[in-house]
Design a binder for this molecule. Structure first.
Ligand code: NVA
Length: 375
């Protein structure tokens, strides 16, 4: 792609989740596989949890249905004048073997948000937390090189890869009874240990100078420390956040979703840890609960490992325009009441891959610059 010789902002420029969108990557289900069972993940069938979870490539039919919806999103975004890019093909059925682990197959490129994040004019590739996702940056590398070559202002950082060896995980986490989960809830100990730097990009949310990072099953305290040390000298402020009622936290974008300056869509079942809401309230931000999703947890696709709260995983095209899943009428109504123009697309088949509209995208360029919304 050729970029104009003179642009005001870098070809990579995105400081928050809502400024007017100019260029975005939309994921692809091509060659997607089932996520393997590994110490950082215990996938289970939603309808029959006792039966073994499939392994290897997903069916052509499943892939086709998800791709149709992803292509529908591409068409919608292009109709809005937004440049859309796609990942490179990748053989997810290939096993991975490193000096520290082996895993039978990889996962997919449906959710670029999980691995890639734009911090102003910098692209960061996350460490990732699961073995099957170790090489998930690869389908985006050609694009990263293109941006990096196109504009000397573009910075590119790959976070340190953790070993993902057995010792990095706390595998017994998956077998803890509910009682123990309650006990451990306040120490935020999950399936990953604290010795190595671990984070998925989707545990972050960008609000100008202020970056929220959720401590979770996919982001540990060392990961948050690394982000703090990397981002704070660059003028950001990093805020660890916690949602103690979520016993399996992973990725912040079904829990706490900033929509424009002064407004966050919140999950009524996952309040912030007491005290962490202060920065919002002190700056007159409104925290508005999302309505109950139309599809309940037991109606989600059989292989989906995420919750019904994928309903609130919306994509902002601007501070006044949001894309929402087509059947989530109560949320659409709420957003309309909050003065948003709401665009809709069907996306239920993509849910099988654990994400919705925000997860399945990675915004590379939005208008605007870094603002301080929490002075
Ligand atoms: N772990 C989140 C999904 C994040 C995309 C949830 O299940 O609600």
């Amino acid at each position: 792609m050729r970029y104009p010789a003179v642009v005001n902002s870098s070809v990579v420029n995105s400081w928050n989740e809502w400024d007017p969108l100019q260029e975005i990557v939309v994921g692809s289900a091509d060659r997607a596989c089932f996520e393997p069972t590994e110490p950082g993940s215990r996938p289970a069938l939603r309808d029959t949890p006792g039966l073994p979870f499939p392994t290897g490539p997903k069916s052509e039919e499943d892939i086709g249905q998800a791709n149709e919806e992803l292509d529908g999103l591409v068409a919608l975004l292009e109709s809005q004048g937004i440049v859309v890019r796609r990942p490179q093909p990748h053989d997810f059925s290939a096993p991975v073997r490193t000096p520290d682990f082996e895993v039978g197959n990889q996962y997919c490129a449906v959710c670029p948000r999980d691995v890639m994040i734009t911090m102003g004019n910098e692209i960061i590739e996350a460490t990732m937390s699961r073995r099957a996702r170790y090489f998930e940056y690869q389908p985006y590398r050609k694009l990263v090189y293109e941006y990096w070559n196109a504009d000397p202002r573009v910075e590119w950082t790959t976070a340190p890869k953790p070993s993902m060896g057995d010792g990095m995980y706390r595998e017994e986490f998956w077998d803890w009874p509910l009682e123990k989960r309650h006990e451990r809830m306040h120490s935020f100990e999950f399936c990953v240990g604290q010795d190595e730097v671990i984070f998925d990009a989707a545990d972050m949310s960008r609000l100008g100078r202020d970056i929220l990072v959720q401590e979770s099953m996919t982001t540990n305290r060392a990961g948050i420390r690394w982000l703090k040390r990397h981002l704070e000298p660059r003028g950001f402020r990093v805020h660890p956040v916690h949602f103690p009622l979520d016993f399996f936290p992973s990725h912040i974008d079904c829990t706490f979703v900033p929509l424009r300056p002064g407004l966050v869509l919140t999950n009524p079942e996952r309040p912030l840890r007491e005290g962490e809401e202060k920065m919002f309230l002190a700056n007159d931000w409104e925290l508005v609960d999302a309505p109950q999703p139309v599809l309940g947890n037991d109606e989600m696709p059989r292989y989906c490992q995420s919750s019904k709260w994928l309903s609130m995983n919306v994509l902002s095209l601007s501070p006044t325009k949001v894309v929402c899943e087509e059947r989530e009428k109560p949320l659409q109504d709420l957003l309309a009441k909050l003065d948003f123009e709401v665009l809709t697309v069907p996306f239920r088949h993509v849910f099988e891959y654990g994400g919705s509209l925000h997860c399945a995208t990675w915004d590379v360029r939005r208008e605007g610059t870094r603002e301080d919304y929490f002075p």
